[in-house]
Write a protein that binds this ligand. Structure first.
Ligand code: SF4
Length: 262
């Protein structure tokens, strides 16, 4: 029998846009940290019950998505709903069916994981199957699940160029347990930087709106934002960015002209 979204307590919950993205971008999220088995430098988790943040032992910068869950219980509950419903599926095919039943066919751009990551091989395969079924939609994601990516390299491509499923676009984000695989396999990557100068020194453009992440292409950088653990270099970097006029992303924050102009 084919599982349907409603048969598994679905449908999954999708969003439209976020502080960085316009409403035309559909977003999908899982609980930050809890669904990120390969996270290291960024690994923070918000308690499912209380929302309280716990940083990991190796946290160099706090995951913005975890901070969001701490502040907004409705966001946290929606993400846990998605993870629970997906975990109830018994196969990749069942997960893919659930996503397809839950996602409007009119979505043109889907950011897979505004929060979270590919937490299992079946789950990875499910999104590839969804992308194959919806060739008119671009699905893009940042990931630290690099062993899973490499196991599917023929279909995903290396991020610089498309693979056999060209509407499925990945970027490897530094700060995971398998970072060494990025250089080893030449995967397209993104690094969190603490300043514009750091990005310039690395020869990387900063992506402020996911325009780099949405299509295959060169490596790029992401500017640190969000609340950071007190007393850390990341907290000092955020303070320095604020005094330079960069307060993060969203309609209620100020961006310096240089950043807006790109
Ligand atoms: S992998 Fe992404 S969502 Fe997961 S903890 Fe790191 S930054 Fe947050």
């Amino acid at each position: 029998m084919t599982a349907t979204a409603s048969g598994r307590n679905g449908p999954l919950k999708f969003g439209q846009g976020n502080a960085k993205l316009p409403a035309c971008v559909t977003t999908f999220s899982l609980p930050a940290g809890h669904s990120c088995p390969f996270a290291a430098a960024c690994r923070s988790r918000s308690s499912r019950k209380t929302g309280r943040i716990r940083d990991g032992r190796g946290t160099a910068f706090r995951c913005y998505a975890a901070s969001m869950e701490a502040r907004r219980p409705s966001v946290r509950h929606a993400r846990w709903h998605n993870l629970r419903v997906l975990r109830a599926c018994r196969s990749a095919a069942e997960m893919a069916r659930l996503v397809l039943d839950s996602l409007t066919p009119f979505a043109r751009l889907v950011r897979v994981h505004d929060s979270g990551d590919f937490f299992s091989p079946d789950y990875f395969d499910a999104w590839l199957e969804v992308a194959r079924e919806r060739p008119g939609t671009v699905f893009y994601a940042y990931t630290k699940a690099l062993p899973g990516w490499l196991a599917r390299l023929d279909r995903v491509g290396d991020g610089h160029a498309a693979g056999a499923v060209p509407n499925f676009v990945l970027t490897a984000s530094y700060g995971g347990t398998h970072d060494h695989l990025i250089a080893e396999y030449g995967l397209r990557s993104a690094r969190v930087v603490f300043s514009e100068g750091e990005a310039a020194g690395l020869g990387l453009e900063i992506d402020h709106d996911d325009s780099h992440a949405m299509a295959p292409g060169p490596d790029f950088a992401l500017l640190l934002h969000g609340t950071q653990p007190p007393g850390t270099p990341a907290a000092a970097a955020v303070a320095a960015l604020r005094s330079a006029g960069f307060y993060g992303y969203g309609s209620s924050v100020r961006l310096p002209l240089r950043l807006v102009a790109g």
